[in-house]
Design a protein around this ligand. Structure first.
Ligand code: NAG
Length: 268
């Protein structure tokens, strides 16, 4: 662990709205477990009741097990409107025995195209793992089980907008994306394995809650507010990226033959 924060535990009854998919989104164990399922008719999704403008958010997720090529489990923060900000984790399913891809992206002012993808050091189908977002004015840090996998630094100095003025809500959904998710759409969902299910536990936040234009952090802020990776964290991040990153927009010459996006010049 590079940061140890005491996060308030939230629960899926008081802090989450089941958004779509009817009975395919369900909460049990006194609000401690949430499950989304996907069948031929529909997927399902939920959203946080609160909107946040900066914070640390942890969620334990166990992605769709078994033969689930073509499913996408998305877990993300997003603001409203056209020039939206967004911080994405997406789990792209695969056939039994083949690895999942963890896809990440960051949108600022409506512009994304900042994909980084990973093959995790474990199979996310086997168990719950903690996926965390630490979002403060300096950076967005993605971590898995407390290990940093990606940093999106504030590059306003280089002319890149940073998400800092639009509150975001947390969403997660499970749906069928067999048109693109698995091998560019060549592997279709095998519906004989439905319903597919993703499970969530351990929802915890220490965030600035935005309500009627006022941030709960205007008076007190958590210690995460001005944290960035320490040197040990940077070493760990580099190691993870060397071993587990399978795609990085910042090194994709085909896509950016002239020059890479400005934020790519920043070191973590
Ligand atoms: C599924 O597994 C194959 C074979 O290992 C791999 O090439 C492909 O990228 C995987 N698909 C996803 C969505 O990760």
């Amino acid at each position: 662990m590079f940061f140890l924060f005491v996060l308030a535990s939230a629960d899926f009854i008081s802090d989450i709205n089941l958004l779509w998919g009817d009975e395919r989104a369900k909460v049990s164990e006194n609000g401690q477990l949430l499950q989304l399922s996907l069948d031929y008719t529909s997927g399902a999704g939920f959203q946080s009741k609160e909107e946040y403008l900066f914070g640390v958010i942890d969620m334990k997720i166990k992605v769709v097990p078994g033969n689930c090529a073509g499913t996408v489990t998305a877990y993300y923060l997003i603001s409203e409107g056209d020039a939206h900000d967004e911080i994405d984790f997406e789990f792209l399913g695969n056939v039994t025995g083949e690895p999942y891809t963890l896809h990440t992206n960051v949108y600022t002012q409506g512009k994304g195209d900042r994909e980084q993808q990973f093959r995790l050091w474990f199979d996310p189908r086997d168990d719950f793992h903690t996926y965390s977002i630490l979002w403060n004015p300096q950076q967005i840090l993605f971590s898995v089980d407390g290990i940093p996998i990606r940093v999106f630094r504030n590059a306003e100095g280089l002319g890149v907008p940073f998400p800092k003025s639009q509150p975001m809500r947390l969403y997660s959904s499970l749906w069928c994306a067999d048109d693109w998710a698995t091998r560019g759409g060549r592997v279709k969902i095998d519906w004989s394995n439905a319903p597919f299910m993703a499970s969530y536990q351990g929802f915890q936040t220490d965030a600035c809650v935005w309500l009627d234009g006022i941030s709960s952090c205007s008076t007190t802020k958590g210690s995460w507010w001005d944290q960035s990776l320490d040197s040990e964290g940077v070493i760990k991040l580099k190691m993870v990226q060397e071993k587990y990153m399978i795609y990085n927009y910042c090194t994709d010459f085909n896509r950016f033959p002239q020059e890479f996006p400005p934020e790519c010049a920043l070191k973590p």
